[in-house]
Ligand binder design. Structure first.
Ligand code: SAH
Length: 214
């Protein structure tokens, strides 16, 4: 029997996101709204609301729902803010941020994913998301600075270009680690010229590949 996606979504948010401590109402509402099952291949859509990441092709993954919720909450996004995302992938994280009212700029380095996701986001009428094909480790300087930056792939360091393109005040979340698929989720805040890094816990992202990545 097919269960209504809206029911599966509400259950996902309640049991996987809210139950683990994400409280931001805007994040929870956005995740209840975005049809996650449309961001994966049709064959995988029955598993779209499972408590796990899923393959999206090209060796990449759509993040686990909890991670999307946790990172979105850490960002503390307000409507109208400019958010830069590195690692568009399926476009799901970008759609959640767009539902929260952000002006989203997102960069993907793999052409096949970029083409498919740009089309999907357009068809879903997410007109406040701009997608670019590029190495995101050097950011998107023409459109900066950004109130918020989110990196959804893990590299060995925090790219200086991204710190430079972060507004003041600004917040960035980024997985960083010297081992592949094992990182610390870092929260970087900029205030009155001062940049502070905080470790928010362990995580496991695909590689951030590029000039200031692997
Ligand atoms: N936010 C995505 C997660 C995708 S996985 C989602 O919601 O589905 C991370 C993505 O980062 C992959 O698609 C990978 O190709 C991309 N990536 C890795 N290094 C990158 C770089 N330097 N610039 C842009 N994208 C990059």
């Amino acid at each position: 029997m097919r269960i209504d996606p809206k029911i599966r979504r509400d259950k996902m948010v309640k049991e996987q996101v809210e139950a683990r401590g994400v409280r931001d109402k805007a994040v929870l509402a956005a995740m209840k709204k975005v049809p996650r099952h449309l961001f994966v291949e049709e064959a995988l859509s029955p598993r779209a609301y499972n408590d796990s990441p899923l393959p999206i092709g090209e060796g990449q993954t759509i993040s686990q729902p909890f991670i999307v919720g946790f990172m979105s909450e850490l960002l503390q996004v307000s409507p109208g803010q400019k958010v830069l995302e590195i690692g568009t992938g399926s476009g799901y994280q970008a759609a959640v941020l767009a539902e929260m009212g952000a002006e989203v700029y997102t960069i993907e380095r793999i052409k096949k994913l970029f083409m498919a996701t740009r089309k999907l986001l357009f068809e879903m009428r997410y007109f406040n998301i701009r997608v670019k094909l590029d190495d995101g480790t050097t950011g998107w300087p023409d459109e900066g600075p950004y109130d918020r930056i989110i990196v959804t792939a893990g590299g060995p360091e925090i790219p200086q270009s991204l710190v430079d393109q972060l507004a003041d005040p600004g917040r960035m979340v980024i997985p960083v680690g010297h081992e592949r698929r094992r990182q610390r989720l870092m929260l970087v805040t900029k205030e009155e010229g001062k940049v502070v890094e905080e470790d928010m816990g362990g995580c496991a992202f695909v590689d951030l590949v590029g000039k200031q990545g692997w």
